[in-house]
Write a protein that binds this ligand. Sequence first.
Ligand code: PNS
Length: 160
Amino acid sequence: MKRVAIYPGSFDPLTNGHLDLIKRSLKLFDELIVGVLENPSKKALFTAAERVAMAGQVVKPLKRVRVESFDGLLVACTRRLGNPTVIRGLRMISDFEYEFQMAQMNRKMQPGYEVVFMMPDERYSYLSSSLVRQIATLGGDVGPLVPPVVARHIRAKVKK
Ligand code: PNS
């Protein structure tokens, strides 16, 4: 039986930390779906279509990964996909409380829901999409923080 996982998030934008987690997940699962949330409540820098396209470009060399967008509840998405295991990253202990609450609630709504928490490399423990957005819009260099293709999209976006 194929072991399938989904890594959901806003990916606004996808960072080196996300990519590290994607690669780590492939050691545990046969297939990984990167699930891009279409309408995050936070003010997004990129549209859903842009975030999906960027993620697609980043994971293109990784054969067992595909990108899908979803809207609404994550559990509705996992149900539709046949209950893949959900991957979430824990960078530090402060991430845990929110993740724990979300996982418990999702499990309440969807009994088959399983989540695996993974730690990115310590180099990425301070990295977040929101900091990348802030640095980019204030004119800083995000080159070391995101995959090269994402950096190009960010430069084009902030130039506008
Ligand atoms: O990595 P992010 O951007 O913080 O991802 C958060 C995400 C997309 C996993 C979370 O916001 C989510 O699952 N949103 C979908 C709506 C939903 O299911 N809400 C109920 C959570 S208990």
